[in-house]
Write a protein that binds this ligand. Structure first.
Ligand code: GLC
Length: 431
């Protein structure tokens, strides 16, 4: 498939909504040592399944609580691991027994989740792992998976047929796109082609056929960029990094979304302690939007079906900030180049309302210096959290003391930082 043959999905809502929840939930919540635990500890199927699959029972699972927590944090969409690399499916797939209804959970866990998030007006995204550490036809390679170092790996591959696995994926994706209403995002993960053919990529997944099927079923769905088909994707997905600037491909700015975790793991990891502060998370969201991107922030629910209390309290803090500041996030993007970003700040811009938002990552003394373009273009300035006016005029004495350029715009600020995680100044541009 040529990039020119690919009809892009509908990203108009995506670049407005800006903030989503990633959910990594599967059997790996039980070992609680990272979603790659089966690979990392080279756990054979029999052990993994007798320990976890046979006991998976999220008795406290209430997706309404999840959806409420996400919505109150200001998130507008969610993406859930319908199947992660371990191969376990959260929904009632006809094509495998390796699924939630066959565990003590005894039900489709996906359907009520989709309903709960939709009832909060959130859009629906499905993560689907291309990698599969359980499927009997998935060829075991030497790079990834619990059997990568196994002495009998080649023998174990006898009779395995990746074409059957690719057909299985198409069947499952068809289910996901048929039985759950409108799906807004499909998030495939991931390809690792190698020069010598020992990895896996588009030929193994039969990516082109998969995309053709998807486009037939739900043409507007957004696809991530991990199917190993150059140019055939809607969203670039930098992972666990913060891009330095608007993400480009061949010199063109593209739709992008950073995906990041609260701590160092996607799946629930009991003993992982590198949790970022709420302030850091809020700044990350702002930083994404200031570079024209989205943030997909991940939570790994526990084996009993709850969000970790640390995740819940961070979501609450984010929600507190978003309640008063979401105007600088929704519908916003990078500010036009002529507006130079002031010291220690991030700018966002709403092209529809023609407002610029100055996010102050550090509090100055009593003044914020903006370049002359602002002086020419700004009609009115106020704090976003309380709608209180910020004056722009300055007497000669102050201008001199500040060594400000005569034509600069100087905002006069209170000496004490407002009591919000990141203060935001809303600038109304002249019509
Ligand atoms: C990765 C990991 C993974 C996680 C994902 C999210 O490639 O394999 O566990 O699901 O990225 O971006």
């Amino acid at each position: 498939m040529q990039p020119s043959d690919y009809r892009k999905g509908d990203s108009s809502w995506f670049v407005r909504d800006r903030f989503g929840l990633f959910i990594h939930w599967g059997l790996y919540a039980m070992p609680a040592r990272h979603e790659w635990v089966k690979h990392a500890e080279q756990i054979p199927n029999e052990d993994y399944d007798s320990r976890y699959f046979s006991r998976f029972d999220p008795d406290l699972y209430d997706p309404n609580l999840w959806a409420q927590a996400a919505s109150q944090a200001g998130m507008k969409y969610f993406v859930v691991t319908t199947k992660h690399h371990e191969g376990f499916c959260l929904w009632d797939s006809q094509f495998t027994d390796y699924k939630a209804p066959s565990t003590p959970a005894r039900r489709d866990l996906l359907k009520p989740m989709v309903e709960a998030f939709r009832s909060q007006n959130m859009r629906v995204g499905f993560y689907y792992s291309l990698i599969d550490w359980h499927h009997p036809h998935y060829i075991l390679d030497r790079h990834i998976g619990p059997y990568r170092n196994h002495p009998d790996r080649e023998k174990m591959n006898q009779g395995r047929d990746m074409r059957q696995y690719a057909a299985y994926m198409r069947n499952q994706v068809k289910e996901l796109l048929t039985d759950y209403g409108k799906v807004d995002i499909l998030w495939f993960d991931f390809s690792y082609p190698k020069e010598d053919g020992s990895g896996k990529g588009r030929k193994d997944w039969e990516s082109e056929e998969l995309v053709a099927l998807i486009k037939k079923l739900q043409p507007d769905v957004l696809l991530d960029d991990r199917l190993d088909l150059p140019g055939v994707w809607d969203i670039k997905t930098p992972e666990q990094v913060q891009p330095r600037q608007w993400v480009t491909v061949d010199g063109q700015r593209v739709v992008w979304e950073a995906c990041q975790t609260f701590s160092g793991s996607w799946g629930y990891h009991r003993d992982e302690m590198t949790w970022r502060s709420s302030d850091q998370l809020i700044r990350t969201l702002i930083d994404c939007v200031s570079k024209g991107g989205n943030l997909l922030l991940n939570v790994g629910p526990t084996a009993r079906g709850e969000f970790d209390e640390r995740a819940l309290s961070a979501l609450q803090d984010i929600g507190l900030w978003m309640k008063r500041h979401s105007r600088s996030i929704y519908g916003c993007t990078q500010a036009p180049d002529e507006f130079a970003c002031p010291q220690d700040c991030r700018l966002t811009y709403n092209p529809e309302t023609q407002r610029i938002y100055v996010h102050m990552f550090a509090w100055p003394y009593k003044h914020l210096n903006l370049t002359p373009v602002f002086a020419q273009r700004v009609a009115y300035a106020q704090f976003l959290h309380d709608g209180s006016e910020i004056k722009m005029v300055l007497d000669e004495w102050h201008a001199k003391q500040l060594s400000a350029n005569k034509s600069d715009a100087i905002l006069q600020l209170p000496q004490v930082k407002p009591n919000v995680a990141v203060p935001v100044i809303e600038l109304y541009l002249k019509a």
